[in-house]
Design a protein. Structure first.
Lengths: 488, 245
């Protein structure tokens, strides 16, 4: 004998060629079109809900970030009056509150604070043109407030230092005031610019010298332009149908929309004017109900104008802690150690946005993930049914030389093909679903379909396909060829 | 050297307490180019013998040498590879895959041996021509008669140029005339030097082969049973056995 008894040639068995196997999988799916479609539907729904959920959250996130930028970004910090800590309660009558004195001290001694915008809030009622209107914000400010709050003058001009110094009766209004007192452009059918008009603020006449642009989120703008277009198409639109008001209805829903509404409902007066003309009426105590900000305690010397709030801008966000410490040191000095102020940063809001996004992603992802999982169970179910129909086929394949691995790969590929096709269809379907959701609930934040979400959803569907295929593939691969060939 | 060398092969099944010897200490040689039939009533163990010879099953005891390799302890992967390259099967119920065309069915073994697409088609057509089925290559099995299906199955068995072909009741599902033509086909294959093992319960069919092995109760009863009817009627020329090596 030329070959010893135990010597055994280990035959290298080339596995089935993948293209052929994939093609066979496609054919198998095509042979059971309806069944495969139903199976795929689970994956399609899972993938599309994952993508559209992520799109909705991304849309909200984008809206929130837009709003964050609209109010001046993260470098902006608000100094607010605050109740004294317990150990200082007995000093409450000596608490000075935030005053012009603080502004001057910060200006000269806190180099990390690059801009200061003191505010003197007024609880005001505006009247003109026979109508009355209470703006959300009516504040005496320095001209610097324009930059601080990212306001843009669309018509006329902002009052300047001289107006402030002279305590002139001038004001700059937002579009909401114009809309309320003179009518919105949509209703009138033309732009109304009430520059030069006189408006009575708490019965004192003021000249409007400037008007801000109309603030809105991108989504609101799109809706408005769309409706404008529609309005242009059917000239005789039913009265009052096309206005921004529709958008405003949704503004209260999220903080993002609220920011834009707040900016539009703003009236700025020169700080000195408010101090001279409305000293008694200035809302130091937060009176006036509409004010969302707190006021400081009453009292204080008349000579040192007390502010309702102070907005400061820091050199950079990276030095937030250092800058705040510096400002704090200065204020502790001017306040004689009485801690009746606090800093409110936008960091909290940014953190809030992040947290919201994280939570929404997590919960939405979980639900969509479960639906993908259910889709995977559907695939597994159909693959198990499929192999029990094809026991004989598996036997035949094994008899002509298919190895356990070949059969395993074949079944796995079939399951994978279903999942991949379902995943691709799901990606296509997700665009439709996003549009559907967008039209069903027109929030101000349009859903944003991200490539990342699509990649994640698709790879998850592939993963599900593999997971679902493994068990049926093992079951098929382990079939005994003799019994499989006898199977009827 | 024999192509197949069975030594003291047993296949034992356990049914609860009972021990069933499907094959009991069988020794057998098959020379290259031989045309041989294994006969026996159902339950005799002839199918078990064929499964072990055909590498579909492993023996409980004993050794098998196939084409110089000891395969009694081979893994299922190795057995699959041996089935793929060295063995062809022809079954009673043809066992063609109904969803594939005749050509694709014949290509199937080559898919598992990694033959490239073009070469696969070429060789499959060649095999179909050799059984006179080339003109039916694009048909589905369901569009063919039984005899045509069996010829396609024979083409599939031959396409990887196996060392040995097992035919398990190849005429069992055909009318007698068609069965006759299939047996003729096997005879002519044998004359071309193929090693063919015919498994049947029918002595008349077994009569076409020069050598017959009868299995009874798991043992080889008679090497050559001369009492069988029509022994010499269909006997092919012995020369076919000699020319292959």
């Amino acid at each position: 004998m030329s070959i010893s008894g135990n010597q055994r040639e280990v035959l290298r068995h080339s596995s089935a060629q993948l293209p052929v196997t994939i093609f066979a999988g496609m054919r198998e799916i095509w042979a059971h079109k309806f069944r495969s479609l139903l199976t795929m539907l689970g994956i399609i729904l899972g993938v599309s809900s994952l993508v559209s959920m992520s799109a909705l959250v991304s849309g909200m996130e984008k809206g929130a970030r837009e709003a964050l930028i609209a109010i001046g970004g993260l470098e902006k910090v608000r100094v607010e009056p605050q109740a004294l800590p317990p150990e200082q309660r007995h000093l409450a009558d000596q608490a000075p509150g935030i005053t012009m004195n603080d502004v001057l001290a910060l200006e000269s001694s806190a180099p990390l604070v690059t801009a200061l915008s003191p505010e003197m809030r007024l609880s005001a009622t505006l009247s003109a043109n026979g109508k009355r209107y209470r703006p959300w914000i009516c504040t005496g400010v320095w001209p610097v407030a324009l930059d601080m709050y990212e306001h843009v003058i669309a018509h006329g001009r902002m009052f300047n230092e001289i107006d402030d110094e002279m305590a002139r009766n001038v004001c700059v209004i937002g579009t909401a005031t114009r809309d309320e007192l003179w009518g919105s452009p949509e209703k009138a059918g033309r732009e109304i610019i009430p520059i030069g008009e006189t408006v009575f603020i708490n019965d004192t006449p003021f000249t409007i010298i400037g008007m801000f642009q109309h603030y809105e989120s991108e989504q609101e703008r799109k809706i408005r332009e769309y409706e404008k277009q529609q309005g242009a198409l059917n000239q005789k639109a039913p009265e009052g149908g096309v206005t921004r008001d529709r958008g405003r209805g949704g503004r209260g829903r999220s903080r993002g929309g609220f920011v834009f509404a707040l900016k539009n409902a703003t009236v700025y007066l020169p700080m000195n004017t408010v101090w001279m003309k409305f000293r008694s009426g200035a809302a130091f105590t937060g009176a006036g109900g509409s004010s969302p900000f707190g006021g400081s305690g009453s009292g204080g010397s008349v000579g040192d104008p007390r502010l309702s709030g102070l907005e400061i801008r820091l050199a950079s966000f990276d030095q937030l802690a250092e800058s705040l410490q510096q400002a704090r040191n200065v204020l502790m000095n001017t306040h004689k150690g009485i801690e009746d102020f606090s800093f409110r940063t936008q960091e909290d809001w940014a953190e809030q946005i992040n947290m919201f996004v994280r939570n929404a992603r997590l919960s939405g992802g979980l639900i969509a993930g479960i639906s993908l999982l259910v889709g995977g169970i559907g695939i597994m179910n159909i693959m198990l049914a499929s192999i029990s129909e094809r026991v004989r086929e598996i036997g035949i394949r094994k008899s002509v030389g298919a190895s356990t691995g070949d059969i395993f790969v074949q079944i796995l590929v079939e399951s994978l093909v279903i999942a991949v096709l379902g995943g691709l269809a799901g990606l296509v379907a997700s665009f439709g679903l996003v549009n559907l959701l967008g039209s069903m609930s027109p929030t101000e934040n349009a859903p944003v379909v991200t490539v990342g979400a699509m990649i994640v959803a698709f790879s998850f569907s592939v993963l599900v396909g593999i997971m679902a295929g493994i068990f049926p593939a093992i079951k098929a691969a382990r079939l005994n060829p003799i019994q499989a060939l006898r199977y009827e | 050297m024999p192509l197949v060398e069975l030594r003291n092969v047993s296949k034992i099944y356990h049914l609860g307490e009972e021990e069933i010897r499907a094959l009991d200490d069988v020794s057998l040689d098959i020379e290259p180019g031989e045309f041989i039939s294994i006969i026996g009533p159902s339950g005799s163990g002839k199918s078990t013998l064929m499964h072990i010879l055909g590498c579909l099953d492993s023996p409980s005891k004993g050794t098998i040498r196939l084409d110089g390799m000891m395969i009694q302890d081979a893994s299922s992967r190795e057995l699959a590879s041996i089935r793929n390259r060295k063995i062809g099967f022809v079954f009673q119920f043809f066992n063609l895959l109904p969803k594939l065309t005749v050509l694709q069915n014949v290509e199937l073994p080559m898919i598992y041996s990694g033959v490239s697409g073009r070469e696969r088609t070429r060789r499959a057509m060649q095999a179909l021509e050799s059984v006179d089925m080339a003109n039916r290559a694009r048909h589905r099995p369901s569009q063919l008669s039984g005899g045509q299906q069996q010829r396609a199955a024979i083409a599939r068995a031959l396409v990887n140029d196996p060392k040995i072909v097992f035919a398990d009741e190849p005429t069992g599902n055909l009318d007698s005339h068609t069965g006759e033509t299939i047996l003729q086909l096997f005879r002519s294959l044998s004359q071309q030097g193929r090693t063919i093992v015919l498994v049947t319960h029918d002595p008349e069919i077994a009569a076409v082969t020069p050598r017959r092995i009868e299995i009874r109760d798991g043992k080889i009863a008679t090497r050559v049973d001369t009492t069988l009817a029509g022994l010499d009627r269909l006997r092919g020329p012995e020369s076919g056995m000699v020319q292959s090596s």
